[in-house]
Write a protein that binds this ligand. Structure first.
Ligand code: SAM
Length: 233
């Protein structure tokens, strides 16, 4: 499964650079082998390898079928505080495999990491790799950071079902529903403040528990996503 942002419309296609190298040197595809290319927006081209050139940095393929893959369902909008170090990469890798539709870093009162306004190039690469690994034809959207109030407002205008992970002994575990869009909120290392929880509640958010143990941000995000997506199409 190879990422080619512009699949064109022709019967033949030349793929260059890292994706060509991945096909020829890493996957060791040879002339006549079948492969699939995706453009990150749902278009998939099924093709056969015709030739390998430029010492594996360029391949030519013949496209024999074009299909439009459906986007992941339910649509999941993930809003999380950022974990420390490179654990945001782990979060994005796993969330992409689980079908997250949009990732938005949250600015929170007790956050240890302040999100940068520009989306890091590294994150885009991680999402592409996770799409290739999971054979997902739509790249997730990587949105700029938002504060909780704005994020909750956006989620509400998208008619999303809002769920907030919060280690509250009175909360119930998340349950799947037939809502088309879910907005999932995960707090920082220091947890959401009571004010932030009240803000989300006022927008109709459900407070959900992910069990008796305190999970890292990325574990909580993945557990919440999995609870809502693994049983769905
Ligand atoms: N000391 C913080 C607290 O008590 O809220 C723990 C924060 S935890 C490291 C980071 C985030 O993961 C939390 O804000 C929450 O969104 C989510 N989380 C972690 N464990 C959870 C659990 N057992 N149930 C629900 N949410 C959890």
């Amino acid at each position: 499964f190879f990422y080619v942002p512009d699949l064109g419309d022709g019967a033949r296609l030349t793929v260059t650079g890292d994706e060509a190298h991945h096909a020829s040197a890493v996957q060791r595809l040879r002339e006549g082998d079948a492969l699939a290319l995706f453009d990150g927006r749902g278009r998939v081209a099924r093709a056969r390898l015709l030739s390998i050139r430029a010492r594996g940095r360029e391949i030519e393929v013949e496209v024999y079928q074009r299909v439009l893959a459906p986007p992941p369902r339910p649509r999941t909008l993930l809003y999380t505080a950022l974990p420390k170090g490179d654990r945001a990469s782990v979060l994005l890798d796993m969330a992409t495999q689980l079908g997250v539709s949009r990732f938005t870093p949250l600015t929170c009162a007790r956050a240890a990491v302040e999100p940068r306004s520009a989306v890091p190039e590294r994150w885009k690469r991680i999402c592409i790799e996770a799409c290739k690994q999971s054979r997902r034809a739509h790249l997730p959207e990587l949105a700029p950071p938002l504060d909780i109030g704005t994020a909750a407002g956006h989620a509400a205008t998208e008619r999303a079902r809002l769920l907030v992970a919060h280690p509250d002994p009175g909360a119930r575990p998340p349950t799947a529903s037939d809502a088309e869009t879910h907005a999932l909120f995960v707090g920082p290392e220091g947890g959401f403040t009571e004010g932030e929880i009240e803000h989300l509640r006022a927008r109709g958010a459900e407070i959900v528990t992910l069990g008796p143990r305190i999970l890292r941000i990325e574990t909580a995000a993945v557990a919440l996503l999995a609870a809502l997506t693994v049983g769905a199409g």
